[in-house]
Design a protein around this ligand. Sequence first.
Ligand code: SLL
Length: 280
Amino acid sequence: MPYPRINNPRIKGVQIYRPFGNPLPPPLHPFISPIPLTLSPSVYGSTATPLDPHNRPSNIPAEHTHQWTVYVRGIDDTDISYWLKKVQFKLHETYPNSSRMVESPPFEVTETGWGEFEVQLKLYFVPEANEKAQTLWHPLKLHPYGPDAEAQKERRDTIVSQNYEEIIFNEPVEPFYDILTSGPPPPGRGKGAKGSKQAAAAAKKLGDRSAEIPLEESRDNPYSVRTEEAELLRLKEAIRTVEGMRRQESAVLLEKEKKLDALKREAVEREKAGQQQQSG
Ligand code: SLL
């Protein structure tokens, strides 16, 4: 279903991105660090586990050797559904219904199979974004490699393969910019809100908080040194945006002043010419 095209103007000169991977740069001083805004970080990738030959799920083809999950999610499972609406996973054509649309989080597909292949991930953004879907590719990994591969196989270790990337929104429309810069809605509210159990756990956590904020945020507590740094970066980004607008405005002003000067000079020339005609 096509999104309604909303004719919001794009914010000129602004580029905003969703990083995939490491959420924040190493803690540099936010006013020195030239690192752009990083807000709701996400990762995409897959995990794969060899099936236990003595305990295979029923109803799966005999040649299937692994169970795997391919996913797009926030770091530490933070909510990303405030900007990511749905994800289409395109599997290898050997799978029935190889195109799988996941309309709400968790954005993931779990299957069993025997072979590795490239999964196509098509990311659809919230309608406010007025953005086309973006496509990523993830090579599904089932088998370990490297010096420890044999031992890993022996232990039937889960193979994790995660990708890091940034999604860049060039000159976003204002409503989407607001959504991105406001971050996820607080737990218990909004689209990505989890059940009340989690909200209760979060409330309990807040009850026994100390004066110090933790270094890392957790599922239950979004406040941390890192989120504080993110907030500072966000402010820095806002300052940069305003500074950009100010520069644009002063360029316009300068141009107008030049024109005014030229007009004034022209008027003086005309007056002079008029006087010369009268006296001549
Ligand atoms: C390969 N080029 O040869 C790849 C193809 C296909 C993966 C991998 C089973 C699907 C099904 C499956 O694992 N397909 O039978 O339901 O390695």
